[in-house]
Design a protein around this ligand. Structure first.
Ligand code: VG1
Ligand code: CO
Length: 545
């Protein structure tokens, strides 16, 4: 067994997007493609030499093969201690938890999150730093720069594959490895935050039924351990909880479009009281009540407003944060609590500094991502347990909980329209058009809406002083209504235009309209300002959430 150095040449497309490097599986399977990117991580993150690392993934196609390559490369690059999830499984929040608990130097997560899996699907690699969070922009940029200059990679020659299915440990060269239970550390953390006894008695009572859908992805084993074994929820409370390499053909994106099976149950006859789903790598969540959808922007605001009911948050919240396109419902809760609400660009990495500095306790994104300072990632099952804990304490239904929130704070009507897989030139053309026209918009009136401010969002990180520009065109109307346009940074095919639309209605206004209806005028204004139909050739969005 020896370290060999293999000559290679750069690929020029290894710049990570919103959340890691995502490409088609076939692209990752090309000789040296994965190896180059992994070596670029080791070359740019020197603390990994003589350091410690955790690796695992969401179980998608190519997960196991990629892990064996990464393990051999870790040993060859001087990693001293490596933890790997049993069967190659680790959710994104579990990786964050494990890095922090064992004070590791970093983690590598193999996932393309909600993107489809399988031989024709997508694959991805994310690097998380020693704080447990997604690598910040300077780090992903440093990795990318290494990838442009790479000429060799290091790997152990002639070693047997590690048996990923059995818990155990061993050595490879100078590296100690251990196959760990993917769930236990995470479960222990959840038990410290939430009142498990109270949740368990609610779940076991005949008056409350829930259904959790893992969408054939990574949270299956976590849900079985937490809901079935620990909380003793009745059988029938879980569905699609075995991780499959192609997610059973699903697009494991927990929204009204892609979580059809769950949505049909929750909007059907005799639906359960509570429904929830997570995405491919377990960092997102969708919350449903009986025939009722909770907008993610409302969800994070409701968690913050009710945090005093939860053991792990009873001591109070330091501050809140949301991504720019997320609705301002959270800001209203911050106002009431007398704490700050920070506004960051899209992507969890931007919350890292605020969390590390103790400025923020709970944060969220409109894209079904919610979490807190307990780790440095968004956390799907955490949000589900938080909701269950609130319901168990208050005895209210999901719908009552949301509606009483609106009655107290007013309602931020909200929708996101996605135009997926459009022509990249058309998408960039549309954004360029908006960039050239927004300066002339303030002062204009469109129907009942007057433009107050328009800009291209840029963010000054208050801690490291870095500036992140061009994060989306915002058109803000008098009274707090908004339209935001940005392009997705996670797709692998064509471009995706996201249009975020929000309207604030104060607590004395009309609170119970259907969202698309309440937003109809703003939706039409969005098309008028950007020429979406004309420029994309689409007459309707592919996904509405
Ligand atoms: C999307 C979401 C963003 C989220 C990101 C990663 O990014 O909008 O809020 O942080 O996915 O989530 P984009 O650039 O496609 O809009 V995940 O679950 O894929 O790690
Ligand atoms: Co995800």
């Amino acid at each position: 067994m020896e370290v060999i150095t293999v000559p290679t040449a750069p690929f020029h497309d290894q710049r990570p997007g919103t959340s890691g490097l995502r490409k088609k599986v076939q692209q990752f399977q090309q000789p040296n493609y994965l190896e180059n990117f992994i070596q670029s991580i080791f070359d740019s993150q020197r603390e990994l030499q003589d350091g410690s690392l955790v690796v695992g993934g969401d179980g998608r196609f190519y997960n196991r093969q990629a892990l064996q390559i990464i393990i051999r490369m870790a040993a060859a690059n001087g990693v001293k201690k490596l933890l790997v999830g049993q069967s190659g499984i680790l959710s994104t929040p579990a990786v964050s938890c494990i890095i922090r608990k064992y004070r590791l130097n970093g983690g590598i997560i193999l996932s393309a999150s909600h993107n489809p899996g399988g031989p024709e699907g997508d694959f991805g690699v994310k690097f998380n730093a020693g704080n447990g969070g997604p690598a910040p922009a300077q780090v992903t940029e440093a990795i990318y720069q290494e990838s442009l200059n790479i000429s060799r990679y290091r790997i152990m020659d002639a070693v047997d594959d590690i048996d990923l299915d059995r818990l155990g440990n061993g050595t490879m060269g100078n590296m100690q490895w251990e196959v760990i239970d993917p769930v236990s550390d995470y479960l222990e953390l959840m038990e410290r935050l939430f009142d498990f006894d109270r949740i368990a008695s609610q779940l076991q009572s005949s008056r409350f039924r829930m259904i959790y859908d893992a969408m054939n992805a990574v949270t299956g084993p976590y849900a079985v351990a937490i809901f079935n074994r620990r909380l003793r929820a009745p059988t029938g409370s879980l569905q699609d909880c075995t991780p499959l390499e192609d997610f059973g053909g699903l697009h494991p994106d927990p929204n009204l479009e892609y979580a059809q099976k769950l949505v049909n149950i929750m909007f059907g006859d005799r639906s359960p009281d509570f429904g929830a789903a997570s995405d491919g790598d377990g960092d997102r969540n969708m919350i449903l009540g009986r025939r009722f959808f909770v907008t993610p922007s409302d969800s994070v605001a409701i968690l913050a407003a009710n945090a005093h009911l939860i053991p792990g948050y009873r001591q109070g919240l330091a501050g809140l944060a949301r991504s720019m396109p997320t609705s301002a419902a959270l800001d209203r809760v911050a106002d009431k609590l007398g704490i700050s609400c920070y506004e960051t660009p899209t992507g969890w990495k931007f919350f890292g500094d605020l969390l590390d500095a103790g400025k923020v306790s709970i944060c969220g994104e409109e894209s079904f991502g919610t979490s807190s300072s307990h780790i440095r990632e968004k956390d799907g099952l955490w949000a589900v347990l938080f909701w269950l804990n609130i319901l168990a304490v208050t005895g209210k239904s999901v719908q009552e909980t949301v509606e009483s929130h609106w009655k107290e704070f007013g309602r931020n009507y909200y929708t996101r329209h996605d135009y997926e897989g459009i022509d990249p030139d058309a998408a960039h053309g549309l954004m360029e058009y908006l960039r050239s026209t927004f300066p002339s918009l303030p002062g204009n009136r469109y129907g009942s809406y007057a433009v107050e401010q328009a800009d291209d969002f840029s963010y000054l990180d208050p801690f490291d002083g870095s500036v992140t520009e061009h994060q989306g065109i915002r058109i803000i109307f008098a009274g707090g209504s908004r339209i935001v346009f940005r392009l997705s940074g996670t797709g692998t095919q064509g471009a995706t235009l996201r249009v975020y639309i929000e309207k604030y209605e104060d607590k004395t206004g009309s609170l119970f309209e259907e969202a698309q209806q309440a937003l109809a005028e703003l939706i039409a204004i969005a098309d008028r300002l950007a020429g979406i139909r004309g420029k994309t050739g689409r007459d309707r969005p592919s996904v509405i959430t």
